[in-house]
Design a protein around this ligand. Structure first.
Ligand code: ARG
Length: 258
C-alpha cells in the first residue's frame, strides 16, 4: 500500500475525478489507515511504499505492477499524469528484492486490469491496459490470460467491476463488459455473484478477498448481503474520500501472490 500523503484531485483522467470538488486529505489518510489496520487485524502483512510529491494517484498501489511468485512487472501508465509512478514502483520492487523484475513495455496498469483467479489471469482492456500488454503478461508470468473488454468509462479498470473471491469464484457487474466478454464470463464462472447497479456505482466490486474475508466498501450493501449468504465474511470499510479519485479498497492494494 502507498500512504496518501500527497493525495489530491488536480486532474481528471476518469469520470469520478472533478478537480473543482474539494478533497479532504486528512480524511483520506484516516480511511486509508483504517484499511491498513483492518488488513493487519485479519492477519495480513502490509508493506508501505512511500508516496512521491506531485503523484497524487500513487495511493492506488494496485496500479503499480504485478507480483506473482518469483516474477514481477512494473506498470506503464496510459496517462502522462501517472507516468512517473511506473519507475517509482519499479525502484521499490527492486530495492525489496523482487526477483524476475521487468518493466512493462506495453501499456499496463498492474492489478487495475490484471486479476488472478486461481491460476487464470483475467485481463481488462478498452480504456487502459492494451491487448498487447495481455500477451506480454501471459509470456512473462507463463500463464493463460483471458482478455475481457470494458465498455463503460466509469468502470475503466477491470478491478472496478470484477472481484475474485477465491480460486474459482468471482463477483462482477456484467453491463460493464462487451456482450462477447459477458458470454466468456458466464461460461467460465456460472456460479458468480452478479452485482447490482447500486453496488457497482459505489465501486463495491473494488475489493480484496483472502478466500473468506472480503474487504470492500461499506456502501455496497446488497453485495455485502450476497457475500454473507454465500459463506464469505464481508468486511465493510468507508472509502468515500478516495472514491473522489475513482478508487476504493482494491485500488489501494497491490497483492503479493505467492
Ligand atoms: N485516479 C486513478 C486513475 O484514474 C484511480 C486509479 C484506481 N485504481 C484502480 N486500481 N482501479 O488512474
Amino acid at each position: 500500500m502507498c500512504r496518501p500523503d500527497y493525495f489530491e484531485v488536480t486532474y481528471s483522467i476518469n469520470p469520478w475525478m472533478d478537480p473543482t470538488e474539494p478533497v479532504d486529505r486528512s480524511l483520506a489518510l484516516l480511511q486509508w489507515e483504517t484499511l491498513r489496520a483492518t488488513y493487519e487485524e485479519y492477519g495480513h502483512k502490509v508493506d508501505v511504499v512511500p508516496g512521491v510529491p506531485g503523484l497524487p494517484d500513487m495511493v492506488f498501489a494496485a496500479n503499480g505492477g504485478l507480483i506473482i511468485g518469483d516474477r514481477a512487472m512494473s506498470a506503464k501508465f496510459t496517462h502522462p499524469e501517472r507516468a512517473a509512478e511506473g519507475p517509482a514502483y519499479h525502484r521499490w520492487f527492486a530495492q525489496h528484492g523482487l526477483a524476475g523484475l521487468v518493466d512493462a513495455k506495453e501499456v499496463n496498469e498492474g492489478e487495475g486490469d490484471f486479476l488472478l483467479v486461481g491460476d487464470r489471469m483475467l485481463a481488462g482492456m478498452g480504456f487502459r491496459s492494451s491487448l498487447a500488454a495481455h500477451q506480454e503478461v501471459a509470456q512473462h508470468f507463463s500463464r493463460p490470460v483471458v482478455s475481457l473488454e470494458l465498455v463503460d468509462p466509469r468502470f475503466y479498470h477491470l478491478d472496478t467491476v470484477l472481484l475474485p473471491l477465491d480460486d474459482t469464484t468471482i463477483a462482477y457487474f456484467p453491463p460493464a463488459f462487451s456482450p462477447a466478454s459477458q458470454a466468456v464470463l458466464t461460461e467460465l464462472y456460472p456460479d458468480a455473484i452478479v452485482a447490482t447497479d447500486a453496488d457497482a456505482e459505489v465501486l463495491g466490486l473494488n475489493g480484496v478477498s483472502d478466500g473468506f474475508n472480503v474487504f470492500l466498501s461499506d456502501k455496497a450493501t446488497t453485495l455485502i448481503e450476497s457475500l454473507r449468504t454465500r459463506g464469505y465474511n464481508p468486511v465493510g470499510i468507508d472509502m468515500s474520500e478516495l472514491l473522489k479519485a475513482g478508487g476504493s479498497v482494491k485500488c489501494c492494494t497491490l497483492e503479493v501472490h505467492e
